[in-house]
Design a binder for this molecule. Structure first.
Ligand SMILES: C[S@@+](CC[C@H](N)C(=O)[O-])C[C@H]1O[C@@H](n2cnc3c(N)ncnc32)[C@H](O)[C@@H]1O
Length: 207
């Protein structure tokens, strides 16, 4: 299935999931961002059809990125003005140009989550916030179910039910502010802060 086709299908599935709890999870996530300041620049990765649009902080400039141009058209129709078609592991932004990065239900789909997190962290300014809400591999028997589902959906459409978002953020220069496991272990919310880049460049220390 094409990226556009699966993005449309995922959006249809999300429409149903919103009613059974996703809408409340989104509210919780955006409360967790606790956007500091009256203005800033926010990057939403894998923005999809713009379901988070009502939660975007007023006064902020929001840039939405998605690899599907078709789904970005829907996001624009929901009022997202800056919608950019790009891959999460090759972002077209300079370093440190966003004060916040948000993603919801995207790391389960990207081909290279570690690289994608690293790209997002590079785009994040020092002390910027990164907020993530994802379905993850639960423990126990439910984990085995997640593995089984992924054996079908992984090769078919690139959807992974058994990923662990912790493993992607651990190598990155991020400090965990909030970590919550929700929905019986199927969901994880993380609020992270970008550690400051070194103030001393390597060149300036050579003699
Ligand atoms: C399950 S949908 C979630 C959409 C939206 N974040 C939401 O919560 O409603 C995942 C979205 O991530 C996008 N996506 C998946 N892999 C991507 C990648 N490597 N780069 C950019 N976008 C990607 C898909 O096109 C899709 O729109």
């Amino acid at each position: 299935m094409s990226h556009d086709g699966y993005a449309r299908l995922a959006d249809l599935l999300l429409a149903g999931m919103e009613r059974i709890g996703f809408a409340a999870l989104r509210r919780k996530l955006w409360d967790g961002l606790d956007a500091p300041g009256e203005s800033g620049r926010l990057l939403e990765l894998g923005v999809g059809s713009g379901r988070n649009r009502p939660h975007h902080p007023a006064g902020w400039t929001v840039v939405g990125v998605d690899r599907s141009s078709a789904i970005l058209r829907r996001a624009r129709s929901r009022g997202l003005e800056l919608a950019v078609a790009a891959e999460a592991d090759r972002l077209p932004f300079r370093a440190a140009c966003f004060e916040a990065v948000v993603e919801t239900f995207v790391w389960c789909e990207v081909d290279d989550p570690v690289r994608s997190v690293a790209e997002a962290v590079d785009a994040l300014a020092d002390a910027g916030r990164m907020v993530m809400l994802d379905h993850v591999r639960p423990s126990g028997g439910a984990g085995t179910l997640a593995d089984l589902l992924t054996r079908i959906s992984g090769p078919l459409v690139g959807e992974h039910w058994n990923r662990d978002t912790r493993t992607y953020v651990e190598p990155a220069p991020l400090r965990t502010l909030v970590e919550e496991t929700l929905s019986g272990g199927w969901m994880r919310m993380l609020v992270l802060e970008r550690e400051p880049r070194s103030r001393v460049s390597p060149e300036s220390t050579t003699t």
